[in-house]
Design a protein around this ligand. Structure first.
Ligand code: ADP
Length: 297
């Protein structure tokens, strides 16, 4: 049964793409698209966090961005669509949470003023591997966007699967309009090559690049706080400049970030006074103030 909030008949936007059924679209597909659009219309800003490969800190950035916005008083949703490695529940200490269904969909898990949805909540066992073929993955992505009862939100932060394959592509096509993408990389040149691909990907799917973050850039000594460059730094910045997208800043490798992730606590909240949290805030403030860049920049 559809709840009242799932239909968009009352909306006055005559330009909305959900107003008309597509020529090749079945009635069922059209109804689903309208339900999805009705949900997404209630979210002011939608930001996707991308990376060329896994393990570079994409979820860490997504979690801390969402937490910082929530702590400032915004209504925030965090959608973890990292299908093969949904780490958000563990990194926020929510791994034992289960989902509750409603008439029209499913309720996200709440942590303070933040609403969280992750495939991790659907796995019976944390050690379960998700072995799905393409159509099943697409199905779950669509379901996440159609069935989750976010309600009214100021921001939805989407933690996308790594790479530039079918899953991030579907997300960018389905979440309309997206304010833009934040691309996370590590400093080495090998990782930076993937950043180029991620930027090109955004250009192809017409998603504005809000900027590049270079994570694990240098190491913060837990004793004296000094940052030592253990890998050649600057790869992310060079590529951002070269490809004419904003460089948002660098986050050093900080043992407290890894520790807070393992402890299920958002770093930016629990280590709020640390110099690394301050660097994260500087980056997040830029993301907030970035006016929508021109398409493809
Ligand atoms: P991804 O989402 O790209 O796969 P994660 O955000 O899950 O990456 O990060 C991978 C691991 O690295 C996690 O254990 C996380 O706590 C840790 N990590 C991420 N960024 C940092 C950092 N700047 N300093 C220390 N550890 C980090």
């Amino acid at each position: 049964m559809e709840s009242k909030n799932n239909i968009c008949d009352s909306c006055g936007d005559t330009n909305c793409s959900a107003k008309n059924q597509g020529q090749t679209e079945s009635k069922e597909e059209y109804t689903d698209r309208r339900r999805m659009q009705a949900r997404l219309c209630r979210i002011n800003h939608k930001i996707i966090v991308l990376s060329g490969k896994g393990g570079v800190g994409k979820s860490t950035v997504a979690i801390n961005l969402a937490t910082a916005l929530m702590l400032e008083g915004s209504r925030v949703g965090l959608l973890d669509v990292d299908i093969h490695g949904p780490s958000v529940p563990t990194m926020l200490g929510l791994e034992h949470e289960t989902l509750q269904g409603t008439d029209g969909g499913v309720l996200p898990v709440e942590l303070g003023n933040m609403k969280i949805m992750s495939l991790g909540f659907l796995l019976k066992n944390q050690d379960d591997a998700v072995i799905w073929r393409g159509p099943m993955k697409m199905g779950v992505i669509k379901q996440f966007l159609t069935d989750v009862e976010w309600g009214d939100l100021d921001y939805l932060i989407v933690d996308a699967p790594p790479g530039t394959g079918d899953e991030p592509l579907s997300l960018c096509q389905l979440i309309q309009p997206l304010d833009g993408a934040v691309i996370v990389t590590t400093p080495q040149r090998v990782a930076a090559v993937d950043v180029r691909k991620s930027i090109s990907f955004c250009r192809q799917v017409h998603v504005p690049v809000l900027g590049v973050i270079e994570n694990m850039s240098g190491f913060v000594c837990p004793k004296c706080g000094e940052i030592t460059q253990i890998l050649p730094a600057g790869g992310g910045k060079i590529i951002a400049t070269d490809m004419k997208v904003p460089f948002l800043g660098a986050i050093p490798m900080d043992p407290a970030i890894a520790q807070s992730g393992d402890d299920g606590q958002a770093f930016i909240h629990h280590y709020a006074s640390s110099p690394t949290a301050k660097l994260m805030h500087d980056i997040i403030n830029q993301i907030k103030t970035l006016d929508k860049p021109q398409e493809g920049t």
